[in-house]
Design a binder for this molecule. Structure first.
Ligand SMILES: Cc1cc2nc3c(=O)[nH]c(=O)nc-3n(C[C@H](O)[C@H](O)[C@H](O)COP(=O)(O)O)c2cc1C
Length: 188
């Protein structure tokens, strides 16, 4: 089982990094599996701790893929990595082992502590649609343009019917990124 989270890490110099990553359930813990090259990967080697932030603000997912990474973070008591200030909950993770791989090393993590900050507000289809669209945007260079455009047309139905302002803003960032990427390429 994979949970789509915002992972915060820090570099050796203490610079905080925010990245959307699907963490993979691993018995009591979680696996973080960044594709090379990755700042998250470099940070986990330098400082082997991370925070998995559970948030329903899908702008953080869409923003991180469209050059908007400056999301507010806040220190977590006694833990070396800050959490996302707007997280509904977060899990503090400590790396317990690494499975090396040329493309995608796997960082096995134990849960040090989980803390709740705000209630889960229920499912929203537009939030799910933004997450799916963010995945498409993270793979634009690998996916056929026709598939991306067909999937975006389908996901756009949930946006039109169920989005609030945050989901609409996130959606607009992603559609603009897709438009700009294809504007600089010849059609298929
Ligand atoms: C919902 C979602 C899940 C993602 N999961 C992963 C993942 O498991 N591994 C990965 O390498 N990239 C994943 N990505 C893409 C990364 O967010 C993106 O490549 C990011 O910039 C990671 O690189 P960084 O550590 O250098 O920031 C995901 C993106 C989204 C939107």
């Amino acid at each position: 089982m994979i949970r789509e989270t915002i992972v915060t890490t820090v570099s050796a110099a203490g610079v905080v990094h925010v990245a959307p990553l699907g963490i993979i359930q691993d018995r009591e813990g979680w696996i973080i599996a960044p594709f090379r090259p990755s700042t998250t990967l470099d940070n986990l080697r330098a400082v082997p701790f991370a925070v998995a932030n559970y948030t329903d603000d899908v702008r953080v997912f869409a923003g991180s893929l469209t050059g908007r990474r400056d999301w507010p973070t806040t220190a977590s008591d006694g833990f070396p990595v800050p959490r996302l200030a707007g997280a509904l909950a977060h899990a503090e993770l400590a790396v317990t082992g690494i499975t090396e791989d040329d493309q995608r090393p796997r960082f096995h993590c134990g849960v040090v502590r989980t803390v709740s900050h705000a209630p889960f507000g229920g499912f929203n289809r537009a939030q799910a649609a933004v997450i799916e669209a963010a995945i498409l945007v993270s793979r634009l260079n690998m996916l056929p343009r026709q598939k991306v455009e067909a999937d975006m047309a389908y996901l756009g139905i949930a946006i039109a019917k169920t989005a609030g302002p945050q989901e609409r803003e996130a959606w607009n960032w992603l559609t603009e990124k897709i438009r700009a990427t294809y504007a600089s390429q010849p059609p298929d």
